[in-house]
Write a protein that binds this ligand. Structure first.
Ligand SMILES: Cc1ncc(COP(=O)(O)O)c(C=O)c1O
Length: 432
């Protein structure tokens, strides 16, 4: 292959990928699509520039305009999350978690966590960021029926283990966590409560989920590209005010955790897009979060009615953007592959009781992206029928794919974002 062909090959994959997703039903719970104005920021000159430090306190020159952008992102973030401390520099949710671990716990110290099989994320697990920091992890008991941390057991565990951090990180997040109780127990033993809102950040900001910073969480981390539909990235948030020497030092540790802790330059174009995503979420977030949850509930009910085993049955299946299906022992991968062939994109997922994360027994489904492209409850009912055809009636996925392509044609526009009244892309005006 010539270099020309190599490059064309790569460009072709990107084009095909765009087409594939535009003709499919993207239902991975952690994914979303960017608004046009956020996208615009990703191709500006902010990309690749360096800005170590904080606005006004930089190691590098050339940050005059970026400083204004980061200050605006922080200001909008404070409004959106109703809190005193916002750090928009983490380049991912995982980086935000690493920064907090760097800041608030030392190697060998103990943190209480959820188990992977019960929906935890690897960044707080023994193979992820927590392992990099060399932390001793102790797991909360879990109530499978309620799909939640067992409150009494977890409180007891925190009192006994006396951790430095009580962590709440959940990739399967159907119902709000008992933060008030966990935070009380954590504070009793001198620990901080860290709430990883990677998945539910946009639902929290849209005021449709629990409000961890009001319920006692000392720190909240999150991804800015899931239910909060911004650019790929992370945030660290806190409502601590820094009004005592101890509290000042707490916030300073958080700040140092991000830089120099786990970042150098931190993707300035993404920070600019985060600022726009925050503004869009302040305007549209409440309606978007409401519809996302309504869609998840309707989808769960419809799947259940068609014969699927859906977790959380006794509590109405879900209070978030997610639905968790039990497929059968070790059968999650096979099911998600079949769905992909039909044009439904999901992921295999562990369910309570699973011991092998590579051969899990469930699939996790999310509604954030379908909601962004304008789908509502009636569309969820139609989608449940596609699942039934592929997984329960064993129809040829290729046949279902044809119908899904047709169905998807009517949903090609991104909703819940600014569209009108803005000039064309400035980038093209500056760089011919
Ligand atoms: C609970 C939780 N924390 C952290 C992350 C990592 O986020 P990111 O992909 O932004 O690094 C995830 C990813 O899905 C998650 O589910």
């Amino acid at each position: 292959m010539s270099w020309y062909d190599e490059v064309e090959y790569i460009r072709k994959q990107a084009r095909e990928n765009n087409k594939f997703f535009a003709e499919s039903l993207p239902m991975i719970a952690s994914e979303n699509v960017l608004s046009p104005l956020c996208k615009e920021m990703l191709i500006t000159d902010f990309h690749g520039r360096y800005a170590e430090g904080t606005p006004g306190h930089r190691y590098y020159e050339g940050c005059k305009f970026f400083d204004r952008v980061e200050e605006k992102a922080i200001e909008l973030g404070k409004k959106l999350f109703n809190c005193n401390y916002v750090d928009v520099r983490p380049t991912a949710g995982t980086t935000a978690n690493m920064a907090v671990l760097k800041a608030l716990i030392k190697p060998g110290e103990t943190a209480t966590v959820l188990d992977l099989a019960n929906g935890a994320h690897i960044s707080f697990g023994k193979w992820g960021a927590a392992a990099v920091r060399g932390i001793n992890l102790v797991s909360y008991p879990f109530n499978d029926e309620e799909m939640n941390i067992d409150i009494d057991g977890a409180v007891k565990l925190i009192r006994e283990a006396k951790p430095k951090l009580a962590l709440n990180g959940r990739s399967v997040f159907l119902f709000p966590s008992p933060i008030k109780e966990l935070a009380e127990a954590a504070h009793e033993v001198g620990a901080y409560l860290v709430y990883d809102a990677a998945h539910v950040l946009g639902l929290i900001a849209g005021k449709q989920f629990q409000d961890p910073l009001r319920e006692g969480a000392d720190v909240m981390t999150g991804s800015t590209h899931k239910t909060l539909p911004g650019p790929q990235g992370g945030v660290v948030l806190s409502d601590h005010k820094g009004d005592t020497e101890e509290d000042k030092s707490f916030l300073m540790r958080l700040n140092f955790g991000v830089f120099p802790g786990v970042t150098s330059s931190y993707h300035l174009h993404h920070v600019a897009a985060k600022a726009i995503a925050f503004a869009e979420h302040l305007e549209f977030g409440e309606a978007y979060a409401k519809q996302t949850i309504k869609n998840a509930k309707k989808l769960a009910e419809s799947l259940y009615d068609r014969g699927f085993k859906v977790f959380g049955e006794k509590l109405g299946f879900t209070e978030s953007h997610q639905v968790l299906l039990e497929i059968g022992p070790g059968k999650g991968k096979e099911a998600s592959k079949k769905l992909e062939e039909a044009g439904i994109i999901t992921n295999m997922n562990t369910i309570p009781g699973d011991t092998d994360p590579l051969n899990p027994s469930g699939i996790r489904i999310g509604t954030p992206e379908l909601t962004r492209i304008g789908m509502k409850e009636s569309e969820m009912e139609e989608i449940a029928i596609f699942y039934e055809r592929v997984l329960l009636k064993n129809e040829d996925p290729k046949k279902v794919r044809k119908d899904i392509k047709e169905f998807r044609k009517n949903y090609q526009e991104i909703h819940y974002c600014f569209k009108e009244g803005f000039r064309g892309y400035d980038y093209y005006e500056i760089v011919p």
